[in-house]
Write a protein that binds this ligand. Structure first.
Ligand code: SF4
Ligand code: SF4
Ligand code: SF4
Length: 276
């Protein structure tokens, strides 16, 4: 990868914006599971793991969380200037994630549920990182997957292009010989599965445990969203159910936003701009 000295460990900084910090937390587990991969990284800033302040340069920035204040935007732009490689780390950074549910509602109404005086809050709509800066790589999922993390870090350290999965979760689901819970409507409570339009890479962890895919990894390449909506509709799911399923994790993506709007025909809460 351009600019990284592959003879040394990759100087890495981990930054958190609006999210639950679960992806950073997953990293701590990886120290047990993937010690050889983490050996490739030199964490110069990782607040959850080390008390050290950011006082030295870094090559790789792992960005966790969505952007939801004007200060976030400025900080993110500063990080982009410093980092040779910037990774959107988890569903919140890649697609807005769970915090972006608020984008589908009126800003003040959402804030009033939490803060006594919402006018004191400088919060703005939640956006994925690539709304404001160029992203070099995405590690999707809520939380990130250890195998994908390992693949990406080894690719970066070796200066190679990482493997990108374009296919749907259904492929991984069928490879695991799972019974399809989208087809089994009767007797299964959660069968509103987004696997046919969601990008693979999680090894179908939810559907292998009889849980519907919620689309946390965002849209696959070229998904057929109108057909997915028609399928849900044909199975009797309500407009609200469909809207909620498409907006739970990746509703800010153009594709899932289309699915969420399918019933109501209302304008998306959000229009993607190209990163500067
Ligand atoms: S992607 Fe999920 S686990 Fe990761 S920070 Fe966001 S909400 Fe937490
Ligand atoms: S359960 Fe979901 S992910 Fe698995 S095959 Fe059926 S639709 Fe696809
Ligand atoms: S099955 Fe769907 S919701 Fe579950 S981890 Fe995979 S992409 Fe995310």
């Amino acid at each position: 990868m351009a600019g990284i000295n592959t003879n040394n460990r990759v100087k890495t900084a981990v930054f958190k914006f609006t999210c639950c910090a679960g992806c950073q937390f997953a990293l701590l587990y990886f120290f047990d599971q993937l010690p050889e991969t983490l050996e490739l990284l030199d964490f110069v800033y990782f607040k959850m793991a080390r008390r050290k302040e950011l006082d030295e340069p870094y090559d790789l920035a792992l960005i966790e969380g969505g952007i939801s204040t004007p200060e976030h935007i400025e900080q993110l732009k500063r990080i982009r200037k410093q980092a040779k490689i910037l990774v959107a780390f988890g569903a919140c950074a890649a697609h807005g994630g769970v915090p972006s549910i608020k984008d589908w509602q009126r800003e003040l109404a959402v804030e009033a549920r939490v803060y006594p005086d919402p006018l004191l809050i400088s919060s703005i709509k939640v956006s994925p990182v690539d709304e404001f800066v160029k992203v070099d790589h995405y590690l999707r999922g809520c939380p990130i997957d250890e195998v994908e993390f390992m693949e990406l870090i080894r690719s970066i350290a070796a200066g190679k292009k990482p493997y990108i999965r374009e296919h749907p979760v259904c492929v991984e689901c069928k490879l695991r010989n799972n019974i399809c819970i989208l087809l089994m409507r009767e007797g299964v409570q959660e069968s509103m599965c987004l696997g046919p339009v969601t990008r693979a890479g999680c090894r179908a962890v939810c559907t292998s445990n009889m849980r519907a895919c919620f689309g946390c990894r965002g849209p696959m390449s070229n998904p057929n969203i109108p057909e997915m909506v028609r399928t849900f509709k044909g199975k009797g799911f309500s407009p609200k159910d469909i809207e909620m399923r498409f907006t739970e994790y990746s509703g800010l993506s153009n594709e899932f936003s289309e699915g969420a709007r399918a019933y109501y025909g209302r304008k998306a809460p959000y229009y993607r701009r190209k990163a500067a």
